[in-house]
Design a protein around this ligand. Structure first.
Ligand SMILES: Cc1cc2nc3c(=O)[nH]c(=O)nc-3n(C[C@H](O)[C@H](O)[C@H](O)COP(=O)(O)O)c2cc1C
Length: 408
């Protein structure tokens, strides 16, 4: 039996966790018409039963235009009953559940319904929009930002009503808030662009409003990039400065990540994208050509390393006393012990728990010391299959479960 720090309780603001293992938000592909399926409930129940202290429901859009894909969840009163089924199932296994609240900004595969260009920190060419005939984005007017910040606060209130224990504000990977934070993306010359302090102003406004709305009842965290992995992108020192600001603002925890959806998606995973399989799943000619370009852009020498964000994240650790949740290539109990020993407060895992939802219990019992995940990233290509996101090395899930929950 394991007895180290990994299996001791952790407090994040008003929330107590039973141990230091958190399931990372990983787009489940288990929604129909923007509502959860039974498969989503099963998926998170399995993670909870497998020993994780908290599981994270990925990409919960705070507005319909904040979605990146058509079937994706956007939080609204109609979604509360099926979301309650999800949170009850996780609580029934003794775990907590967090909702990753977010907005895609200009990163979306959907055409804006209002006929306008999608809003971002800055205007100009938008590679994601170009895939569906909207090649330009527009700079959001400062008057629009408080309105958008309020949609995050409303989303957090609804998440609370649905029984979530935490919200994770997505400030990484190239979504709206990271379009402001990233020095390569944000070219504004007003109070919301330029210095790190200015680039962080809108994300901090969002955090403040979410904390005001729910911060006494639920844990409020932010997922931030420690290394954006492209020329002109944010570095660990930007993340360290941001962490200090978010600490001063009263955030309860930070999840550390890296990479950007458009410029450097391989860095999100610390290993190459499964381009051939992604092409097989993409019916559009333009989409497949874009994936050809992505294949050319991928560094040829990128090989998966355990704890691949370690050296960046340790610089953030030195900058703040906030609870920091280490993410990126956590695959062994030795790695978990290492980062917890270095002062991180918990570990966050995506692929290792997709591969084996029971891994935490196995670590605790000493029946496994290492994940069997090979970092092939084939799970990424399964996100939009009828089965939803799954590990290709495991038995296939039941497709009948991936239908909207009856009555919704
Ligand atoms: C299939 C898949 C989908 C993902 N979707 C999301 C997402 O919706 N939101 C997010 O913040 N990260 C997403 N990620 C990234 C993970 O949360 C995590 O940052 C990344 O996989 C590295 O962690 P790992 O080494 O433990 O897998 C996804 C990862 C995978 C494998």
């Amino acid at each position: 039996m394991a007895t180290g720090k990994a299996f001791t309780p952790l407090t994040l603001g008003p929330l107590g966790l039973r141990n230091r293992f958190v399931k990372s938000g990983a787009n489940e592909g288990m929604y129909r018409r923007g509502l959860p399926t039974k498969a989503l409930v099963r998926h998170h129940r399995e993670i909870a039963a497998g020993g994780a202290a908290m599981t994270t429901m990925a990409y919960c859009a705070v507005a319909p235009e904040g979605r990146t894909f058509a079937d994706q969840l956007f939080i609204r009163p109609e979604a509360l009953a099926p979301l309650r089924a999800l949170t009850d199932a996780v609580h029934g296994e003794g775990a907590a559940i967090s909702a990753q609240i977010t907005h895609g900004g200009a990163f979306s595969f959907l055409k804006p319904t209002d006929g306008r260009r999608p809003g971002s920190a800055s205007g100009g060419f938008n590679p994601t929009g170009a895939l569906h005939g909207v090649p330009l984005k527009r700079a959001l007017d400062p008057s629009e930002l408080p309105v958008l910040a309020d949609t995050f606060a409303d989303g957090a209130r609804l998440a609370r009503e649905a029984g979530f224990d935490a919200v994770e504000i997505h400030m990484g990977h190239g979504y709206l808030l990271s379009q402001f934070l990233s020095p390569g993306e944000n070219k504004r010359r007003d109070d919301f662009g330029g210095s790190l302090e200015n680039r962080a102003r809108f994300p901090r406004m969002v955090l403040q409003r979410v904390l005001d709305a729910v911060g006494k009842e639920m844990a409020v965290g932010c997922k931030i990039g420690v290394f954006e992995g492209y020329r002109g992108g944010g570095l660990a020192r930007d993340a360290a400065g941001l962490a200090r600001m978010l600490e001063a603002d009263g955030a309860h925890f930070l999840v550390l990540t890296g990479g950007m959806n458009v410029q450097s998606p391989w860095w999100i995973f610390g290993s190459p994208m499964p381009v051939s399989s992604m092409k097989r799943e993409d019916p559009s000619f333009i989409g497949r050509r874009a994936l050809d370009i992505l294949r050319l852009m991928q560094p040829k020498d990128l090989a998966f390393r355990e704890l691949y964000f370690h050296d960046h994240s340790i610089q953030v650790r030195a900058a703040t006393t906030l609870p920091l949740l280490y993410l990126g290539g956590v695959t062994s109990m030795a790695g978990v012990d290492q980062v917890l020993g270095e002062g991180f407060d918990a570990v966050v895992l995506a692929r290792a728990l997709l591969h084996d939802p029971e891994l935490v219990n196995k670590f605790a019992a000493g029946t496994a010391t290492r994940s069997g995940c090979t970092a092939c990233n084939e799970c990424v290509a399964t996100m939009h299959t009828p089965l939803g996101t799954h590990c290709v090395l495991r038995p296939l899930p039941d497709p009948a479960e991936n239908q909207a929950i009856a009555g919704t």
